[in-house]
Ligand binder design. Structure first.
Ligand code: DC
Length: 227
């Protein structure tokens, strides 16, 4: 069967990773959450006190970072490891979220992450989500999707996700963080978030996960030559 590459880009907290993961599972494809890679790099910089404004310090940090994904059967998810440590939980804090857009905008960081992402996708059969997957990482992807949802819906989703771990967080704080990240991700000079020309738009503000998955599967099957 023809294997394809599926790129899913869009704003923060649109549910990109959830949909990418479900789609990959249905198709028997590899799933990669590229945002988790930028978050893990950010976590390393925060933990080690790296001065990322210094090119030399940043380059040294990048040579000490090894990122890998390992399948977790119990949780049915792919965990991200920073060197030998599972950081899947640690990268989801507000502390990381407030710094990640700044670090993800650095050219050396992008070169580092994009090279690894392209390697992961060299055999196709992959669903990757992020901000520049259809434009920079896999410009030849057969299926490119750009996801959006209203800021209210996105803030509520992220708030619901965070509040169990961080009860002091307010909905307004989460909304401000999302807006700030959207702004930084879309206006940076290196690989800004933008829609590729040959992209399919998906506004999931009022869609159930099931409706969304069925739509994605129909698009994927079309590109795979199955319908
Ligand atoms: O998808 P996410 O919210 O976990 O991504 C975290 C940050 O990483 C986001 O603010 C922008 C950045 N990012 C990026 O610049 N390029 C990607 N391909 C994925 C994420």
């Amino acid at each position: 069967m023809k294997k394809i590459t599926i790129a899913i880009d869009g704003y923060s907290s649109c549910g990109k990773s959830t949909m990418a993961k479900q789609l990959a599972k249905e198709l028997g494809y590899v799933f990669v959450d590229s945002g988790a890679m930028y978050r893990a790099i950010t976590l390393y910089c925060l933990q080690q006190g790296v001065d990322w404004h210094s090119e030399q310090a940043l380059n040294m940090a990048l040579t000490a970072i090894h990122l890998s994904f390992h399948w977790n059967d119990a949780l049915q998810q792919s965990d991200i490891y920073l060197n030998d440590t599972d950081v899947s939980e640690a990268i989801r804090t507000m502390e990381v979220a407030t710094k990640v857009s700044e670090i993800a905008a650095l050219p050396a960081v992008r070169r580092f992450a994009v090279a690894q992402q392209q390697q992961m996708g060299q055999n196709k059969g992959i669903v990757m989500d992020g901000r520049d997957i259809g434009t920079v990482v896999f410009p030849d992807a057969e299926l490119k999707i750009f996801v959006t949802a209203s800021i209210e819906v996105r803030a509520q989703r992220r708030y619901d996700e965070l509040k169990a771990k961080a009860p002091h967080i307010s909905l307004e704080e989460v909304k401000k963080n999302l807006q700030a990240r959207d702004y930084m991700d879309s206006t940076r000079s290196e690989s800004p978030l933008r829609q590729a020309d040959d992209v399919r738009l998906l506004d999931n503000s009022n869609m159930s996960r099931k409706e969304q998955l069925l739509l994605l599967l129909s698009w994927a099957r079309k590109e795979m030559g199955l319908v």
